[in-house]
Design a protein around this ligand. Structure first.
Ligand SMILES: O=P(O)(O)OC[C@H]1O[C@H](OP(=O)(O)OP(=O)(O)O)[C@H](O)[C@@H]1O
Ligand code: HPA
Ligand SMILES: [Mg+2]
Length: 180
């Protein structure tokens, strides 16, 4: 897999440092509250589990699988809800855990959906924020890194479902996706 990577943006240890910082920020923010932490599948799997282990506080966990890239490097523009959470979030503080905010469409869909269900508050924690990719307004409350406008993979992020298990985040060589 390493051969397919043009450059490494964030190493395993830089990511771990960011996760520790975010875990502490989240604990300081919520205090004695017990939020429902929602991991957005599949990209946020590693990030979510690493951050919450550094947040020494009570929380409940749930997962929502949404999808819009369908194996490509471009958003289809249509966010599909594949698997829903089972928690009733009416009146609850909700924390969304994302791997990346790019066009902002996924986040907009999630926030609209959770607001409609009566969440008391909704905050967002993302490992990566790509402001240059924005098509709709979206903002993160707890952010790991701001990334340049390139397609990145690793640590949960995929191209065509692969590279999620890379331990670092890198930019994929363009020939990998232009040849497909
Ligand atoms: O801001 P956006 O342009 O909406 O992009 C961000 C979303 O896109 C990716 O999900 P994807 O649809 O690829 O599903 P996956 O997490 O299963 O890879 C990523 O994991 C985010 O959830
Ligand atoms: O840069 C990206 N890489 C992988 N998945 C993504 N989903 C939105 N942007 C990206
Ligand atoms: Mg994806």
């Amino acid at each position: 897999m390493d051969n397919d990577i043009l450059k490494v943006l964030y190493s395993k240890s830089e990511i771990q440092e960011a996760c520790e910082r975010l875990g502490k920020e989240i604990k300081d923010f919520y205090g004695d509250k017990v939020p429902v932490v929602i991991g957005v599948l599949k990209g946020s799997i590693f990030f979510m589990t690493d951050v919450i282990r550094d947040a020494d506080m009570y929380m409940e966990l749930d997962f929502m699988d949404v999808s819009s890239y369908h194996g490509t490097t471009e958003s289809s523009g249509n966010v599909e809800l594949v698997t829903d959470i089972s928690t009733d979030i009416a009146g609850r503080d909700v924390l969304i855990m994302e791997d990346i905010v790019d066009t902002g469409r996924t986040l907009q869909f999630l926030i609209d959906t959770l607001n409609d269900r009566g969440a008391k508050s909704i905050k967002v924690c993302t490992l990566l924020d790509k402001p240059a990719g924005r098509v709709v307004e979206a903002k993160s409350d707890f952010t790991g890194f701001e990334v340049p406008n390139e397609f990145v993979v690793g640590y949960g992020l995929d191209y065509d479902e692969k590279y999620r298990n890379l331990p670092y985040i890198g930019v994929l060589k363009p020939e990998i996706y232009t040849n497909n």
